[in-house]
Design a protein around this ligand. Structure first.
Ligand code: NAP
Length: 278
C-alpha cells in the first residue's frame, strides 16, 4: 500500500518504521525540510516533503500532528487527496476531532494507538512500539465500513490489539486510565516540591526509588500532550478528577479519624481490584 504520514515525530516516526518494515511505501510530510531529510535518513519514510501534494494518490494517510493541528492539517490536505484515500489520525482525544474531520473528509476513520514513550520527536522513534498495545478505532455510524476494515487490518499487522468503540466512549475511558493519571501524577510531583524544609526535600530526593519513579512517570511526560488532553477532553477529565478528589478526601478522613481497619479494607480492595483491572 501507499501510506502517507503527516507529522514525523514520535508516533509518526514509529508508524513509518513499522509500515516500511511490513513492505509498504511510506511518504512523509513535515513542516521543515530538515525533518524530511532526517526522516529519510532514519529509514522512517521512502520519500518526504513539506508539500502535501506528495500525498496525492495515497491509499491511507495518517495524521500524527499534535491534537490541535489535526483538523487544520486535514483542511489543508483535502485538496490533495484521491477519492479513495482513507484518512486516519492518532490523536489521544477523539470526540471533537472525529466529528470535525468526518465533516471535512467522509472517508475519515478515527484512531488512537495507545503506546508512547517519555521522549518525543523523530529521534525517539523505534520499531515495534505498538506490538501488544491497544489500538482503538472510533468509527461513527456513517463511517465507510471498508475504510474501517483497512485501518483495522493495518493496525492488526503492527501486532496491536485492535478495539472498536464510539468516540465518546473512548474519551470517557481514556479520561480514567490516561488523562486522570497524568493530572494525579503531576499533582504528586507538585505536592512533593512544596516541602518547606530544604534538608527534608533533599533527603526525599535521595530516598526516592522505584515507587516514586512509577507514580511520577506520566506526570513528568510531554507537557504539550498533557495540556491538549485536558483541553480537548475537558468534560470527561473534570468528571474523573471530581470523583478522584472525593476519593482522596475520603482517604484523608479515614486517616484523620484513625479508622485503620476501614483503611486496610480499602487498600485490600484496591490490591485485589488492580490485578483484575489490568
Ligand atoms: P511529537 O513527537 O512532538 O510529534 C509531533 C510532530 O508533529 C512533530 O514532529 C512536529 O514536526 C509536527 N507538528 C507539530 N506542530 C505541528 C503543526 N502545528 N502542524 C503540523 N505539524 C506539526 O508528538 P507525538 O508524541 O508523536 O504526538 C503526536 C500525536 O500522537 C498527538 O496527536 C498525540 O495525541 C498522539 N499520541 C501520542 C502518544 C504519546 O504518548 N506520545 C500516544 C498516542 C497518541 P515538526 O516540528 O518537525 O514540523
Amino acid at each position: 500500500m501507499d501510506i502517507g504520514i503527516v507529522g514525523l515525530g514520535l508516533i509518526g516516526g514509529c508508524l513509518g518504521l513499522d509500515y516500511r518494515a511490513l513492505g509498504h511505501r511510506v511518504y512523509g510530510v513535515a513542516r521543515r525540510e530538515e525533518t524530511c531529510t532526517a526522516a529519510i535518513a532514519a529509514g522512517v519514510v521512502d520519500q518526504a516533503s513539506p508539500d502535501q501534494a506528495i500525498l496525492a494518490g495515497m491509499d491511507l494517510v495518517v495524521i500524527c500532528t499534535p491534537i490541535a493541528a489535526i483538523v487544520p492539517t486535514l483542511t489543508a490536505l483535502v485538496p490533495h487527496l484521491a477519492p479513495h484515500t482513507v484518512v486516519t489520525d492518532v490523536g489521544s482525544v477523539k470526540g471533537e476531532i472525529v466529528a470535525a474531520a468526518t465533516a471535512l473528509w467522509p472517508r475519515f476513520v478515527g484512531g488512537h494507538p495507545m503506546a508512547g514513550k517519555a521522549e518525543v520527536g523523530l529521534a525517539a522513534a523505534e520499531l515495534g512500539l505498538f506490538r501488544q498495545r491497544a489500538y482503538v478505532i472510533t468509527p461513527l455510524p456513517e463511517t465507510p465500513p471498508d475504510g474501517v476494515d483497512i485501518l483495522d487490518g493495518l493496525a492488526t499487522s503492527l501486532g496491536a490489539i485492535v478495539l472498536h468503540c464510539a468516540p465518546q466512549a473512548h474519551d470517557r475511558a481514556v479520561a480514567w486510565i490516561s488523562h486522570l493519571p497524568v493530572m494525579v501524577s503531576t499533582s504528586l510531583i507538585q505536592a512533593c516540591l512544596q516541602e518547606s524544609d530544604p534538608m527534608v526535600q533533599q533527603l526525599a530526593q535521595q530516598l526516592a526509588s522505584s515507587g516514586f519513579c512509577d507514580t511520577s512517570r506520566v506526570g513528568g511526560g510531554n507537557p504539550e500532550l498533557g495540556m491538549m488532553m485536558a483541553r480537548y477532553n475537558q468534560g470527561e477529565l473534570l468528571r474523573s478528577l471530581r470523583v478522584y478528589q472525593n476519593q482522596l478526601r475520603a482517604i484523608a478522613d479515614l486517616i484523620e479519624q484513625g479508622h485503620w481497619d476501614s483503611l486496610e479494607t480499602l487498600l485490600q480492595h484496591s490490591h485485589d481490584a488492580r490485578s483484575k483491572f489490568l
